[in-house]
Ligand binder design. Structure first.
Ligand code: SAM
Length: 583
């Protein structure tokens, strides 16, 4: 029988292919980690993380520790404007972009806390496809809103339309939970000036609103004569009723919540105190004007001032834009993650706002921009961006990590062996990740490298274990505990002799779990389908403004075919310097 419940979905070339990711370990390079020389207060945060590497592997590496813990994810992925490839083919590039983003979104979704939200910068090239993709990943019911950010104020006259805005798509992990915690935005100066205190009310400044309403839905109890402090008696204006019943109005007057003008002779108005509106704040609007949150150009100028010697990037996001995102979505101490870090705007803003942060960046600008920028933030030397607005003075720190190498490699005979780069503690950590154990090596018990519960442990060794060794382990573990033993080999026929042990050989036990030795999931040129095989029906994408922070001056375009091939093979879809426009 035909299935009438056809699923509504977006399809593209290669949608069904999903990488089997290796859960890599993260290796800290303490020489690149940085922290302030002293604490400025209890709220200082030192355990922020900067990770160099492909974000797909990095997100997978973070999954075990951070699943369900990230309150706010902001990403600013390359917009797929037709500038990422030397040989641009819309159908292929479009499909690749969708696959690359989908794989990352699925991991990001797992990292979000129940009340968490993801904010994605994007423009017209992919915004509408991305919305559908996010519907599939996060659930259509968890769509929150699309922000329109005015990214430039000047008119771009060389184009048919001057594209002055980007979008920020917002999805929640669970919309109801997000709505319960989302912060209102602060009152703007325009709103603040409306609050005054002509009667020196000890409760502070207030503004007044009408004490009467349209009579249409009124009850008879809202029509009565009201005596003003001056002695004058009035009715509600024609066609209107009083806002409250007579009794309630009297209570409000007694509580000093009604204003009759300086002489006590004016039509009454209800006092609304700033104190209360601050508590409630304002509902965030979906149009974010440049005057409130800044422009691309302001962000670029700010970074040039901060890092005058670093290559210049385009399409950076202003700190005030990120401040609004972080403010709405998080509270101090929450985790903020950006896996397309660029120049590090998200981390800089999160740091200044007292949030913990994790950033991932693949490009060399991790070293040329992010590290020097964050050092200046920590040293209190960054006077730009939101520093003044949030009163940032410096402090805290971050740890710098690289992705560990692939755990398995092939030897000269083509056999899989444990990579020689792995020392015992790296191996133990990697095995914990593979097997879903928390890595927590004991100082006193040699066989406790990690645990999954209070009574279930893991022991990792490259040794070949004898019967006597296993017997000794089994005796020490005892009846009330269990142990997973990951070893090079074992010399025992019947493992049933040790009911409290599960013994597995590495690498055999993990070999088929994932793809080994795969370091870059950004783009596989070799895997591209041939043009003739492409039946993609999607319409052409004619964008011109890339979203790669292109170090404009530093890269020469490949000229020969060989150069282009080599260059394309090294590059990721996301890190290629901006190319000439494609039409
Ligand atoms: C548009 S930029 C982000 C700019 C950032 N919002 C800012 O204000 O500085 C996108 C960044 O994502 C990085 N990127 C692209 N693909 C990546 C990947 N697979 N893994 C990690 N980073 C990646 C690029 O190198 C680039 O720096």
């Amino acid at each position: 029988m035909a299935n009438h419940k056809t699923k509504l979905e977006l399809t593209w070339i290669g949608k069904e292919n999903r990488p089997k990711l290796e859960p890599r370990i993260l290796v800290e390079d303490p020489a690149k980690s940085y922290h302030a020389p002293f604490r400025t207060g209890k709220a200082d945060l030192f355990d922020n993380r900067l990770i160099l590497g492909d974000n797909l592997l990095a997100l997978k590496a973070l999954e075990w520790e951070f699943a369900g813990k990230i309150k706010c994810i902001y990403i600013d992925p390359p917009y797929n404007t037709g500038s990422a490839f030397t040989h641009y083919d819309d159908g292929v590039e479009h499909s690749l972009w969708l696959s690359l983003i989908r794989d990352r979104l699925e991991l990001l979704q797992r990292l979000l806390s129940k009340d968490g939200s993801i904010w994605i910068s994007i423009d017209d090239n992919e915004a509408h496809y991305l919305k559908v993709l996010c519907d599939e990943t996060f659930g259509r019911a968890n769509f929150v809103a699309t922000m329109i950010w005015e990214k430039r104020k000047s008119r771009e006259n060389r184009r048919v339309f001057s594209f002055n805005h980007d979008y920020i798509l917002v999805f929640a992990k669970d919309k109801a939970s997000f709505e319960a915690v989302r912060n209102p935005v602060e009152l703007s100066r325009d709103v603040l000036v409306r609050y005054k205190n002509p009667d020196n009310d000890p409760r502070g400044p207030w503004q007044s609103v009408s004490a009467n309403a349209q009579a249409g839905h009124a009850t008879p109890s809202q029509f009565y004569k009201l005596k003003l402090p001056s002695g004058k008696v009035i009715d509600p204006p024609k066609g209107r009723c009083w806002l409250y019943t007579k009794e309630r109005m009297q209570e409000e007057i007694t509580d000093g919540n009604v204003w009759f003008g300086p002489d006590g002779d004016s039509v009454p108005r209800i006092k609304k105190f700033l104190k209360n509106s601050e508590d409630a704040g304002l509902t965030p609007e979906t149009i974010w004007p440049a005057d409130e949150v800044g422009t691309n150009d302001e962000a670029k100028k700010g970074l040039i001032e901060l890092l005058p010697d670093a290559p210049v990037f385009d399409n950076l996001k202003p700190e005030s834009l990120l401040q609004r995102v972080v403010h709405i979505a998080t509270n101090p101490g929450d985790f903020v993650l950006d896996s397309f870090a660029g120049s590090g705007t998200t981390g800089a803003v999160a740091h200044k706002m007292g949030r913990r942060w994790i950033m991932v960046e693949l490009g060399e600008h991790c070293h040329t921009h992010i590290i020097p920028r964050l050092k200046k933030v920590i040293d209190g030397e960054d006077k730009g961006g939101i520093t003044e607005a949030v009163g940032w003075k410096g402090g805290g720190g971050f740890r710098y990590y690289r992705l560990g190498p692939s755990l398995l490699q092939k030897d000269e005979f083509g056999n899989w062996i444990i990579s020689k780069e792995y020392n015992p503690s790296m191996l133990a950590e990697a095995m914990c990740k593979m097997e879903g154990f928390t890595y927590a090596p004991s100082d006193t018990v040699y066989w406790q490298h990690g645990h999954s519960t209070e009574t279930d442990f893991i022991y990792v060794t490259t040794q070949t274990l004898t019967r006597e060794q296993l017997q000794k382990l089994s005796d020490e573990v005892g009846e009330s505990r269990s142990l997973l033993v990951m070893c090079g080999a074992f010399r025992v026929k019947n493992l049933d002799e040790f009911p409290n042990l599960t013994v597995k050989k590495i690498p055999k036990a993990v070999l088929s779990r994932c793809e080994w030795g795969h370091d870059d999931y950004s783009l596989e040129i070799a895997a591209l389908p041939l043009r003739s095989a492409i039946s993609d029906q999607q319409s052409a994408i004619g964008g011109e403004e890339g979203n790669q922070p292109s170090a404009a001056s530093s890269q020469r375009k490949p000229r020969t075919k060989a150069e282009r091939r080599a260059s394309a093979q090294q590059s990721s879809l996301f890190d290629f310097p901006a190319e000439e426009k494609k039409r």
